[in-house]
Design a protein. Structure first.
Length: 95
């Protein structure tokens, strides 16, 4: 997964979005987005992180971080983080 398949933009003053340029749903892409969200969560700079299908929305406090800085951070994480960096988990649901 390369960061070239992802682009970022601001959604108002409090949210930055990282979105795939592809309309197809791919497991490796989704794992990459989850890994980016996990890496972002460890930085403790977002109010909320919402991974979606082929996208990730980071909600932040604009008084603490600029939108430009958040876009740069999302793009940096997209280039540095790989899907293998995200530890998956199993959830057992009793039936």
């Amino acid at each position: 997964m390369t960061a070239q398949r992802l682009h970022s933009y601001l959604l108002g003053e409090r949210a930055a979005v990282l979105q795939s340029t592809s309309s197809s749903i791919e497991l490796n892409l989704q794992k990459h987005i989850w890994a980016i969200g996990h890496a972002l969560r460890t930085l403790n700079i977002c109010i909320d992180i919402v991974p979606g299908m082929n996208n990730l929305t980071a909600i932040f406090n604009p008084l603490e971080h600029s939108g430009t800085a958040m876009l740069a951070l999302l793009n940096q994480l997209a280039s540095e983080v790989s899907a293998q960096d995200f530890p998956g988990r199993d959830v057992d649901i009793p039936v």
